[in-house]
Write a protein that binds this ligand. Structure first.
Ligand SMILES: NC(=O)c1ccc[n+]([C@@H]2O[C@H](COP(=O)([O-])OP(=O)(O)OC[C@H]3O[C@@H](n4cnc5c(N)ncnc54)[C@H](O)[C@@H]3O)[C@@H](O)[C@H]2O)c1
Length: 251
């Protein structure tokens, strides 16, 4: 369902747009007539997202980028300016998961997890912010996870990265909200996407059985949270983390 109100004439960059929640955000925001830069480390999947948006009548362009790399991040926002203009809506969403007992997590595993999630979101925000600040307008939405509050057995580095994203979001919101730039996080609960491919069935079944809603969220339900945060309807929210999580944590 369309919001039916202008979403601020946004121009959006969605990272991790090739799959799952990023795909759902990109395709849903495009329904609001927002041009989309679909950024992903996997160019084929980013291209598929952009093609799907264009087939549905929207505007989109793919870009291959590893969000943990400064040069690639610059390329995302240059690509956005060349195709549509300066980015006004950043969905910092790219991520990956890895399940490992704490004592088996290597330094490389740990560093990679922090680099994709925290450094990636930091770099994208730092690159996009100067233009947002000079126009006094813009929205940044960081995809965290409820595991950032809860922690999780065998997902310590993932949960730590997601906790860090919540702190990054709150700090940026405190620093920038008076400028007109709005900064949020979304902390989904378990959501049916390919990220589950790396998580054991036992873990997933145990998790699903504990949920008050009795089911995992769909990526489209997380995308609706992003639409709300990108819209003027969320004007009084500052630095908050919204929690579409099937009732797993009620905060
Ligand atoms: N699915 C869930 O249950 C769930 C729950 C909470 C939070 N999240 C978070 O939501 C976000 C999206 O996850 P998803 O479930 O849609 O997973 P997904 O695996 O379906 O999609 C993630 C996308 O990010 C891309 N990506 C990975 N590393 C990248 C990098 N370095 N640079 C650019 N792109 C990269 C992948 O190629 C993929 O297209 C992630 O940040 C994830 O941690 C997911």
């Amino acid at each position: 369902m369309k919001v039916g109100m202008p979403l601020n004439n946004h121009i959006a960059v969605v990272t991790g747009a090739g799959s799952g929640i990023g795909y759902a955000m990109a395709t849903r925001l495009a329904q609001e007539s927002i041009p989309i830069v679909a950024a992903d480390i996997d160019y084929q999947s980013a291209s598929k997202t952009a093609d799907d948006i264009k087939t549905a009548g929207g505007k989109a362009t793919p870009v291959k980028a590893d969000v943990s790399q400064t040069k690639d991040v610059r390329e995302i926002f240059n690509h956005c300016e060349e195709n549509f203009g300066p980015c006004t809506l950043l969905c910092n969403n790219a991520g990956h998961a890895q399940q490992k007992p704490f004592l088996d997590i290597t330094i490389d595993d740990f560093d990679h997890m922090i680099a994709v999630h925290m450094r990636g979101m930091f770099l994208c925000a730092q690159t996009v912010l100067p233009k947002m600040l000079s126009s006094g307008d813009g929205v940044i939405i960081n995809t965290a996870s409820q595991l950032g509050y809860l922690g999780a057995i065998e997902l310590a580095h993932y949960a730590a990265a997601k906790s860090g994203i919540i702190g990054l979001t709150r700090s940026m919101a405190r620093e920038f909200s008076k400028t007109g730039v709005r900064i949020f996080a979304i902390a989904p609960g378990a959501t049916r996407t390919p990220i589950f491919d790396s998580i054991s069935d036992d873990w997933l079944q145990a998790k699903a059985s504990q949920l008050p809603l009795g089911r995992f969220a769909e990526p489209s339900e997380i995308a609706e949270t992003a639409v709300f945060l990108a819209s003027p309807l969320s004007a009084a929210f500052v630095g908050q983390t919204l929690n579409p999580n099937s009732g797993d944590i009620m905060v």
